[in-house]
Design a protein around this ligand. Structure first.
Ligand SMILES: [Zn+2]
Length: 460
């Protein structure tokens, strides 16, 4: 028997900034799981700029659960601070992460003139050289291909959250610890379902929606159909602020199917996001990792993310064509919370017209432009200018990429017979606490929320 030390560096008490350290002092092994940016918090800049609580030079391996920035966005900082270990994830995560980190570097460089907190040092951290080093250290290993690192057996299993996402099992002396990363809201329109977990002894699990269920999941596609039909009838512009990774591809796939089945008319449709266009190409490359329905469609030779009327506008110049195209039309652009990116220009143009519709399909953090729109305020300020909100504001919550409260409980139930300790991470305190109470009441298991920076010793 031995003890492994687990430290919750960041990514507790909040939904972002995943970073956990597992140490086997006997073997001299130091492992990180995820190295993500803190996003949307008041303290985000401070947290992201803070020194790591460990020496990056001494870390042997970084495992990455998936390519969202709150799981990979601080890797260039790790490199900059001297990390020279291995980075290991599924191959799809590796491909997606490159574009995600490059995009973050691009946004920093673009915003440097009007944001004094983006210093020369920060731009150097996100340099091309550091990103190239990151990719050189990065290895892709498939799901269900267990491998060994100093007596620790590692296995990636499909978590169904975004393309390539994994929950990571680590077995030492026959005992298993699992890091969930983010757990998918299965069934997804395109991804395979999140796998069932069994035989875990320790579980470090996400809890984003620990206190809520997704009410409109079963009729999300019908809602989408009605909102598109309604907007076409009113001859308006349907503007969809959408996360570039996963949500965009899901919506393209759903809309394609609605067109094939004749449920919605053909109208000009613009994918106005350079990042989403690149990420969609990665999704095409990994079609074999999709669910049966999406794979069947791809097998028939069809590009599952392309349909008549769809135009991709990678260049800013092309995106001006959108303004000139007569209504009705549909525009998908990032960012998902309207906190930057091309969507902001579209909202500036189209929010004041009551014939238009803004459709929100993702979580909108407090303080973001997206949240002001969601709250149906009378007006918002965009680039210093007051813009009236007269467009219809619609929401569909069923496209969430996260398991809801009941589904999280089901996931834990799969391993109820063996699990000794559950740690809830990646959730607001109220959400984590609600889930902990639910796990205790329904399954009688030990669950608790760790404190940021806390270390625990686990028996193996
Ligand atoms: Zn995620």
């Amino acid at each position: 028997m031995k003890k492994l030390k687990l430290t919750f560096c960041t990514g507790v008490d909040t939904v972002t900034g995943a970073n956990y350290l597992l140490e086997d002092e006997e073997q001299g092994l130091k492992i990180l799981v995820d190295c993500g940016l803190v996003q949307g918090e008041k303290t985000a800049e401070e947290d992201n700029n803070a020194a790591f609580s460990y020496d990056p030079k001494t870390i042997d391996v970084l495992f990455v659960t998936h390519a969202h920035l709150d799981h990979v966005g601080r890797i260039p900082r790790l490199i900059n601070a001297g990390f020279k270990g291995r980075i290991i994830s599924t191959p799809a995560t590796k491909d997606l992460a490159r574009y995600m980190v490059e995009d973050e570097a691009h946004i920093l460089s673009h915003n440097r003139h009007n944001n004094p907190t983006i210093t020369k040092e920060i731009l150097e951290i996100y340099s091309e050289e550091n990103i190239n080093t990151m990719m050189r250290l990065w290895e892709g290993i498939e799901y269900h291909k267990p491998f060994d690192i100093k007596g620790l057996q590692i296995n990636f299993r499909n978590s169904g959250h975004i393309l390539g996402s994994a929950f990571i099992e680590m077995i030492c002396n026959g005992k298993k610890i699992v890091f969930t990363g983010d757990l998918g809201n299965s069934p997804s329109p395109i991804l395979k379902d999140c796998e069932k977990l069994t035989d875990a002894d320790y579980l470090v699990m996400e809890s984003v929606y620990g206190d809520r269920n997704h009410e409109d999941r079963d009729n999300r596609k019908l809602l989408l159909e009605h909102i598109i039909q309604d907007n076409v009838k009113r001859r308006g512009v349907l503007v969809m602020p959408t996360f570039s990774l996963e949500r965009t591809q899901e919506l393209l796939f759903e809309i394609d199917d609605l067109i094939i089945k004749g449920r919605i008319p053909l109208v000009p449709f613009f994918l106005d996001s350079p990042l989403a266009i690149k990420l969609t190409d990665v999704y095409k490359k990994y079609e074999n990792e999709m669910n049966d329905e999406a794979r069947e469609m791809a097998k028939s030779g069809k590009n599952i993310f392309v349909f008549p009327g769809l135009k991709q506008t990678p260049e800013a110049e092309d995106s001006k064509m959108i303004l000139r195209t007569p209504n009705p039309k549909i525009v998908i652009a990032g960012s998902g919370m309207s906190s930057g990116g091309r969507i902001v220009h579209h909202e500036h143009n189209y929010l004041p017209d009551p014939n238009n519709t803004i459709l929100l399909t993702g979580y909108q953090s407090a303080g973001t432009l997206g949240r002001h729109i969601q709250d149906k305020e009378n007006s918002v300020y965009i680039n210093g200018e007051q813009v009236l909100i007269r467009a219809k504001v619609e929401m569909i919550s069923g496209y969430s990429g996260h398991k809801d409260s009941d589904a999280l409980l089901d996931f834990v139930a799969g391993t109820a017979e063996t699990v000794k300790q559950i740690f809830t991470v990646m959730g607001e305190p109220s959400s984590s606490m609600f889930l902990i109470q639910k796990i205790r009441d329904n399954l009688g298991l030990n669950a608790r929320q760790p404190i940021k920076g806390e270390s625990v010793f686990l028996e193996f």
